[in-house]
Design a protein around this ligand. Structure first.
Ligand code: IMP
Length: 202
């Protein structure tokens, strides 16, 4: 089975390719993805934004299944922020900010609520579409704690601050298959694969 993925995030591309390999699904980067028009992520949920991206990009490869991932971090002490704004948490305008700046802002914001605890939830929604039609959305979650300082050098985004008690490690201390076992993206991708296995597409 071959599918295409639309994403400019190299961390997501790497993890979804690795996840595909475990399920005999070959994940290709969308041809010419760097030069395609980027659809506005105008939804108010991860699922809406994932669907917008998958539907729009699926029109560029007729007959093929295209998936898109929308994901982010919800921190309880911050009322669920940064949520769908995770990629641009450190900026006031609408552009994505660097991982380092986002992590720094997260530490500053959470420090304002010392008694509120540091629990957090990573959420990932994978949307699948073909020929401009949404086939389904698949959600995964991962529970953890936000550390006081970064730990680990792998991964991307908020990985160095996200500690998984069950594994006694941050996401940035995990590699490949280990992160997928615990992660929101791994959980969402497994659901997508389950769905694919039970819905043979003509
Ligand atoms: P999106 O492209 O709008 O889905 O941006 C998702 C953002 O959430 C990323 O840029 C990261 O900041 C964050 N994020 C999502 N998944 C992960 C992950 O697995 N590790 C670390 N950060 C993540």
């Amino acid at each position: 089975m071959r599918i295409f993925i639309a994403s400019s995030n190299s961390g997501k591309l790497r993890e979804l390719s690795e996840a595909g390999a475990a399920y005999s699904v070959v994940v290709h980067e969308l041809p010419g993805s760097g030069s395609l028009p980027v659809p506005a992520e105008s939804g108010s949920t991860f699922a809406e934004n994932a669907a917008i991206k998958a539907v729009a990009y699926s029109r560029t490869v007729p007959g093929e299944i295209v998936i898109a991932d929308d994901s982010g971090l919800e921190v309880s002490a911050l009322g669920g922020a940064p949520g769908i704004h995770s990629a641009r948490y450190a900026q006031q305008d609408n552009h994505k900010s660097s991982d380092a700046a986002n992590n720094q802002r997260l530490l500053c914001e959470i420090a304002k609520y010392p008694g509120a605890g540091r629990s957090a939830l990573f959420v990932c929604v994978i949307a699948a579409a073909r020929d401009g039609k949404l086939l389904g959305t698949f959600e995964g979650e991962a529970r953890g704690e936000i550390l006081q300082a970064p730990l680990g050098r792998h991964g991307f985004g908020y990985d160095p601050l996200f500690f998984v008690p069950e594994a006694n490690k941050t996401f940035a201390e995990m590699q490949g298959e280990e992160k997928l076992r615990y992660s929101h993206r791994g959980a969402a991708f497994r659901q997508f694969c389950e769905w694919l296995a039970h819905h043979p597409l003509s």
